[in-house]
Ligand binder design. Structure first.
Ligand SMILES: CC(C)(COP(=O)(O)OP(=O)(O)OC[C@H]1O[C@@H](n2cnc3c(N)ncnc32)[C@H](O)[C@@H]1OP(=O)(O)O)[C@@H](O)C(=O)NCCC(=O)NCCS
Length: 161
């Protein structure tokens, strides 16, 4: 049993430690992190998953970005502790946060990730959206929270502020 709750200020470094454990060293050097520099995350969509003992099992964060000049959400990082992977926690965090995002009025989400994993949530390649290099274009994926929300949107991804 896992409980999802919005990330608090007190959770921040624990979540950072989880991301350090789950991702390759130097994760913050990725170009997607430059889109987050100096920009506040979307607090109501950042969730933690804790077990019944309160131990952190997974976490997801979101940032606002501009894609082709239009407001969008950048999903990630999302990670699940190695001892807790493949139990459905990642899917739980992603589905719950996307549900909240829709309820909060967001229209479109994008991420840089593995299509074989994210396609199960409805994400598909965004051929007309360009992430800062050196991002593999095949890993730039998007999801419409409102029908047609990615239609006609093309161009570079830039910081929201
Ligand atoms: C990716 C991650 C968040 C998924 O969380 P999880 O709780 O393990 O995933 P779920 O239990 O919801 O789903 C498990 C399924 O996803 C599959 N899966 C996990 N990562 C995958 C990947 N990168 N590509 C394809 N499939 C993947 C598993 O094989 C499993 O498949 P199955 O349902 O057929 O058995 C987690 O594995 C993780 O933290 N990985 C390291 C950090 C990372 O890569 N984050 C994503 C950045 S793009």
């Amino acid at each position: 049993m896992f409980t999802l709750t919005p990330e608090t200020t007190e959770d921040w470094w624990e979540v950072e430690a989880l991301y350090d454990l789950c991702f390759a060293p130097g994760r913050t050097a990725l170009s997607s992190y430059r889109l987050r520099d100096g920009v506040a995350p979307v607090a109501e969509l950042c969730l933690t998953a804790r077990d019944r003992d309160g131990i952190l099992a997974g976490a997801i964060r979101y940032w606002p970005i501009l894609a082709g000049g239009q407001t969008a959400l950048l999903l990630g990082p999302v990670a699940v502790h190695p001892t807790r992977q493949a139990e459905g926690i990642g899917g739980l965090l992603i589905r719950a946060s996307l549900h909240r995002a829709r309820d909060e009025g967001w229209s479109r989400v994008m991420l840089v990730g593995d299509a074989p994993y994210y396609s199960r949530f409805g994400f598909a390649k965004l051929s007309d959206i360009v992430m800062p290099p050196p991002t593999n274009p095949d890993r730039v994926l998007g999801l419409e929270l409102r029908p047609g929300a990615w239609q006609g949107i093309a161009g570079e991804v830039t910081r929201a502020q």
